[in-house]
Design a protein around this ligand. Sequence first.
Ligand code: A3P
Length: 282
Amino acid sequence: QSLQGMVAIDGFPLPTFRMEPMQRGEVIKSIRSWTIRDDDILLATAPKSGTHWAHEILSMLHRGKAETISERFTLLEATTEQEFASAPSPRVLTSHLPLRLLPDNAISKIKIVLVLRNPKDLVVSKYHHMLGMRSYDYTGAFKHFLQWFLEDKLPYGSWFQYVREMEAIMDTEPDRICMVHYEDLKQNGIEQIKKIAQFLSVDADDQFCQAIYDCCSFENMAVKKLPPKDLQDKIWKPGCSFYRKGIIGDWKTHFTVAESEMFDEILAQRMTGSKLKFRFSD
Ligand code: A3P
């Protein structure tokens, strides 16, 4: 089954975010020249790594308030230059784009928070995302979807390449990037929030970090961060949303033993030389 509503950029498919594909393509290609401010932060994630959750945490740290705002965030690649330029500081720029498509000075100028998630849970989450979102018009079986993931054919292209490129920044510019694992946020959230706060030079005592952690719990976000009902129904099929399960290890209910073994092998091959370690169970 082919995917609907995509535009090919740099050799890989991207969602068009409610724009004509050609027009969205032009906008995305122009992002490299957009103007970054010194107090911007880049939240870099592969899709389904916990982007919404991390965005909420970063926004609270950046604003200095443990409070949910009703406004929903827009991915950098889903916005326009005008919207981008008129957003007030401090901005959290959130994107799944690979480095070569991001504003040229993003890497040399601003701090980056990278959130990673174990790729088995990520692919399951992505599968449900694409089944649930009306725009993809997708109904395929998990085994085919898994194959697409392993062949780098899903939206945003290769997860392996994305992660490896990000890891390379950690080697060359370790002070500019803070890496957080979804699994650690889940199990050791307050410590991780403190780590991010320190990286961003934000004064955050235990009480403030705890308040952010509570405010951003899965249960709270699944209620407070849902779009208005009419919009939700327009974007998602019934019973589906960004807030699905929010757990570690759901892949075990989707992968067969053979699929899991094959995945481990491919992961080991494609991550040869990487120091990244992923946790697949809690
Ligand atoms: P699942 O589909 O496994 O439930 P993204 O924001 O990058 O699209 O990632 C979405 C994934 O993060 C979904 O995973 C979603 O449930 C999970 N998630 C969202 N908010 C969360 C939270 N506060 N705590 C834990 N997981 C959360």
